[in-house]
Design a protein around this ligand. Structure first.
Ligand code: PEP
Length: 249
């Protein structure tokens, strides 16, 4: 891990019922969690209030998306103001499923980030290449282009965590090797240094996501530029999520 405070986020995606979430929250409330870690979970919108009412304050709550601007006539959307109103502190933006399944583009995501930050929501800004892009040697190009769209919109990086999530590793069980992840984290940090500032490069946490679990987290956490994790599948199991939180080195 790097010098920033270790950060572990759980992205529950479109999973759960009232009952399963009651059980997951109880497991998280019972878990022994290292103190020196920022912990965030992102339930589906409709369960955020239930989680907020029942989860320990030790864990902050994130949304998985937010609207690009002020609320109004945008059927089906949820605004940053509404998320703040119900006690959300964070929002995940640019997740690969929103980019590649829903079709959100770099600029749209960058603008969402700027708006969320303007409403005092902190942002987990996701980037990452697809398998064919990696195989074509374009990993850095793709990540830097996604970073540029965020950087064009963001002026205050204090409330931003970057999540490097190679698309080929998300939900596939194919985790990046510690070396593969470290190589990209270092390149992204270097990009921040050249394109934003040395201070932002050293203070911004860059977390890894993509098939992280209780078995592979420790080796990844040892890498110098891996400041934590964004966890999908394994975040639906309280005890395993706790192991990942506690992998802080
Ligand atoms: C994610 O969706 O952010 C993710 C990393 O998923 P998984 O851990 O299931 O690969």
């Amino acid at each position: 891990a790097g010098t920033g405070k270790f950060f572990v986020g759980g992205n529950w995606k479109c999973n759960g019922t009232r009952d399963s979430i009651t059980k997951l929250v109880a497991d998280l409330n019972d878990a022994k969690l290292e103190t020196d870690v920022d912990i965030v979970v992102a339930p589906p919108y409709i369960y955020i209030d239930q989680v907020k009412q029942s989860l320990t304050d030790r864990i902050e709550i994130s949304a998985q998306n937010s609207w690009i601007g002020k609320g109004g006539a945008f059927t089906g959307e949820i605004s940053a103001e509404q998320l703040v109103d119900i006690g959300c502190k964070w929002v995940i933006l640019g997740h690969s499923e929103r980019r590649h399944v829903i079709g959100e583009d770099d600029q749209f995501i960058g603008k969402k980030a700027a708006y969320a930050l303007s409403q005092n929501l902190k942002v987990i800004a996701c980037i990452g290449e697809k398998l064919e892009e990696r195989e074509a040697g374009k990993t850095f190009d793709v990540c830097f282009q996604q970073m540029k769209a965020f950087a064009d919109s963001i002026s205050n990086w204090m409330d931003v965590v970057i999540a490097y999530e190679p698309v080929w590793a998300i939900g596939t069980g194919k985790v990046a090797t510690p070396q593969q992840a470290q190589e990209v984290h270092l390149a992204v940090r270097d990009w921040l240094k050249k394109n934003v500032s040395a201070e932002v490069a050293s203070s911004t946490r860059i977390i890894y996501g993509g098939s992280v679990n209780g078995n592979n987290c420790s080796e990844l956490a040892k890498q110098e530029d891996i400041d934590g994790f964004l966890v999908g599948g394994a975040s639906l199991k309280g005890p395993e999520f706790a192991i990942i939180v506690n992998s802080v080195t």
